[in-house]
Design a protein around this ligand. Structure first.
Ligand code: SF4
Length: 755
């Protein structure tokens, strides 16, 4: 089943009536995002206008995708739901658990040895429950999805924050936690707060060194890592049409870095070309048949301020290549200013590595354009000063790029071709010398550059840029190098200049692949046995979380007051910890070890009020849990930004944390907390963050009256006996309060199932 054409036909068959109903109900022209959302209402035709940023709405997504690191927990939960088969087309993709070290072949073999138990588990669960399985080496989830499953006007969810990549083919594709995926796979509605809408008008046409990546690097600079929170970003205008489908995918992909719910583009010729080129001419024909519904209404795009909550305009003709970083993807610097910025901020300008790949930039076009720079280096007698690593996005991309000689060009520059997998993007990179923790610089075409993400070294300054810029900068070995203006000295001592990149959007001879790595599930999986060894260090069957006891939480202690950025990487680190993603107890040993303790500004060092001693966060939490003392976590702004991993919610839950109280949340993480039966709360008054002291005892005063829209009162008793009562806001609706009371959303599903 490469893709489900009957499902797409069924979705499109509903479109005309559903859009007509939505237009009548809303009473004005519709954006594309609204069309897709209203066309996917769980209840059918629209009967009310939903308030953006306020209304919780039930949707019926068309499909689900899961990657190996998050699929383990998602499927462990699905196994508890008591279903025989998934209710919507779903796929599992093995891409995160593959280390980049020696090169594709050896690394893949090593990963099959190291993680074979997990891959076998995922394969057997997929086989049993009717889930398509993409084997290790088949490719990165989002590249595989855009090549095989994404379709204009569709709606999907995925257990990975970069699921949003499928917006490049005109979907509303949203990253979720595994518990949300379980809802949809179990045939239930999926709930989302109706998003606000940001319109980005693209005018002009890109030229020279500018690429699609620079659009989103620029947008990230404007909106910052939280500017898109709760919003769908819709791109439109002549400039949008001039971008390739995979270029659009790049832009949508990094919408995750501005916190956006998702991003999308209207159906156009580039999408039709991509669908045809990837063997889906029938989808393109179907889309052509309803194309007026697969883009925003003309009136919306000619008068965007009246229809979007915020509008940004970017002229592609004058857009400069950008280099974002270090340590955060929204620190945007145009290439012409990067040398000055580096000097001002004391960033190392010697570039050690250039990495091309990740779901953001691993398409055929990306490799083609970057290889054109690599070829120039060879032709102009330049040697790369930095090491070079390439992760193709899928076996189809790799095979085609190999056939067309693109990979050979990189290899001629001594690049290492890694597996078609995430690799360094998720810390699966055995980088020689990283343990010395030396200050250094790398450039990559990925999406995220948080501290320690690629190689575990907190002193690695990682900069995000386009693949062609990665190539140029790696060749020069100089972060300050501006290929638009600067020259390089070749081995003959001659100054040479790199010409702008060129490269086919799609392979001239079409895509080719021998074995794409896909495995169809059994038609009847009832006889398939799923084995989880009780002694396994990697997998552990789940025990349901305890329901709420109906009483106020009292006598709680502060586990940690996190200071500054606290992403899901800080809460549940990736890298070597990925191997425990299927074992809740073992992975809980990384709980919050990257978060900075506001009281001593150290990581993984918090005070236990039981002993008065400072110790690692997980051990301290286990101490409280063993003593029956509840704990809470306090955090700063945009707490839980980054990935969709629900481990960041399940681990504290497992270790006895009852509530997470922060200045603001990233959307997916807030939902994950709710789904796992935790209290995710925000300070009604942000300044109250300062009132929380290290030795506080915390009492909830009115949790027994927990209700939508009603803030909760929490008492902080300080060590000197004084008290502060603060108000905490929350966004729980009635159903979500039900999850809290039941102990988790899954507990509720199981109860429903038994009825
Ligand atoms: Fe993989 Fe990186 Fe993409 Fe996540 S962001 S799916 S780790 S390539």
């Amino acid at each position: 089943m490469a893709f489900d054409i009957e499902m797409i036909k069924a979705v499109y068959a509903k479109y005309p009536e559903r859009i007509a109903a939505a237009r009548k109900t809303v009473g004005k022209p519709l954006t594309l995002a609204e069309k897709i959302l209203y066309a996917h209402l769980w209840e059918g035709n629209a009967t009310e206008t939903y308030a953006r940023g306020k209304s919780y709405v039930d949707f019926a997504p068309d499909r689900v995708a899961m990657q190996d690191a998050t699929a383990q927990m998602a499927l462990l939960q699905f196994m508890q739901a008591g279903k025989k088969k998934v209710a919507v087309p779903s796929t599992v993709h093995c891409d995160h658990l593959i280390l980049a070290q020696k090169g594709a072949k050896q690394d893949l073999r090593d990963s099959l040895t190291a993680s074979g138990e997990v891959f076998n588990f995922l394969e057997s669960v997929s086989n049993k429950y009717g889930i398509g399985f993409w084997k290790p080496g088949a490719g990165i989830i989002h590249q595989v999805v855009i090549e095989n499953y994404a379709f204009p006007g569709g709606m999907m969810i995925g257990t990975d924050s970069h699921t949003v990549n499928a917006g490049g083919l005109g979907m509303v594709a949203i990253g979720v936690g595994g518990a949300d995926a379980v809802d949809v796979m179990a045939g239930m509605a999926w709930e989302l707060k109706f998003p606000k809408l940001i319109g980005v008008k693209l005018t002009g046409k890109m030229n020279g060194w500018t690429s699609a990546k620079d659009v989103i690097l620029k947008v990230a600079g404007i909106l910052t890592v939280k500017g898109g929170t709760g919003c769908i970003v819709e791109y439109f205008g002549e400039g949008a049409k001039s971008l390739s489908a995979t270029g659009k995918g790049t832009i949508c992909n990094m919408g995750a870095e501005i916190g956006a719910t998702t991003s999308t583009f209207g159906y156009d010729d580039s999408m039709a070309r991509y669908l045809k080129s990837t063997g889906r001419e029938d989808v393109a024909l179907l889309a052509d048949g309803i194309k007026e519904h697969l883009t925003g209404d003309d009136e919306v795009y000619s008068n965007p301020e009246s229809y979007f909550d915020q509008v940004i305009e970017i002229d592609l003709s004058t857009l400069e290549p950008h280099i974002n970083g270090p340590f955060t993807p929204d620190r945007a610097t145009p290439v012409s200013q990067i040398r000055a910025e580096a000097e001002k901020n004391d960033w190392p300008t010697k570039v050690e590595w250039g990495l091309i790949g990740s779901c953001t930039n691993s398409s055929y076009e990306d490799l083609a354009r970057a290889s054109s720079i690599a070829q120039q280096a060879i032709d102009k007698k330049l040697k790369t000063k930095a090491d070079f690593g390439i992760n193709p996005g899928s076996e189809q991309v790799r095979f085609t790029a190999d056939r067309d000689g693109l990979l050979r060009i990189f290899e001629n520059l001594d690049a290492t071709i890694f597996t078609n997998a995430c690799g360094p993007c998720i810390g699966q990179w055995a980088r020689t010398g990283a343990d010395k923790q030396e200050k250094n610089t790398i450039v990559h075409s990925f999406n995220r550059n948080f501290s320690k993400r690629a190689d575990g070294n907190p002193n690695t300054h990682a900069f995000v840029t386009s693949p062609e810029m990665v190539a140029a900068i790696a060749i020069s070995g100089d972060l300050g190098f501006n290929p638009l203006t600067d020259t390089l000295l070749n081995e003959d001592g001659v100054e040479v200049k790199l010409d702008p990149p060129v490269g086919d959007e799609l392979p001239e001879k079409g895509f080719a692949v021998e074995d794409n790595g896909y495995q169809e599930p059994a038609l009847d999986g009832s006889g398939v046995e799923v084995i989880v060894n009780v002694d396994s260090k990697r997998l552990q069957l789940l025990e349901p979380f305890e329901p709420w006891n109906g009483h106020n939480i009292t006598g709680a202690k502060l586990l940690i007051k996190a200071f500054g950025k606290c992403t899901t990487d800080h809460i549940s680190m990736a890298g070597p910890w990925l191997r425990f993603r299927g074992h809740l107890d073992n992975i809980s040993d990384n709980c919050l070890i990257g978060a900075v303790n506001a009281f001593n500004e150290q990581t993984n060092s918090v005070k236990s009020q039981l002993t008065g001693e400072y110790g690692p966060v997980p051990a301290t939490a286990r101490g409280y849990k063993a003593a029956g003392v509840p704990t809470i976590v306090v955090g700063d702004h945009n707490y839980g930004e980054g990935s969709s991993r629900e481990h960041a919610a399940m681990e504290p839950r497992h270790l006895g944390v009852k509530a997470v109280l922060v200045k603001s949340f990233a959307r997916i993480h807030e939902t994950n907390l709710k789904k796992q039966g935790m209290l995710g709360l925000t300070f009604a008054n942000e300044a109250d963050y300062d009132k929380v002291k290290e030795d506080d005892t915390i009492n909830f005063l009115d949790l027994d009256q927990f209700a939508p829209e009603k803030p909760l009162a929490i008492e902080f008793v300080h060590s000197d006996g004084s008290k502060d009562v603060i108000l905490a806001n929350h966004s729980y609706n009635d159903a979500q309060i039900g999850w809290f009371k039941a102990g988790s959303a899954l507990n509720l599903i199981k109860t429903e199932q038994k009825k």
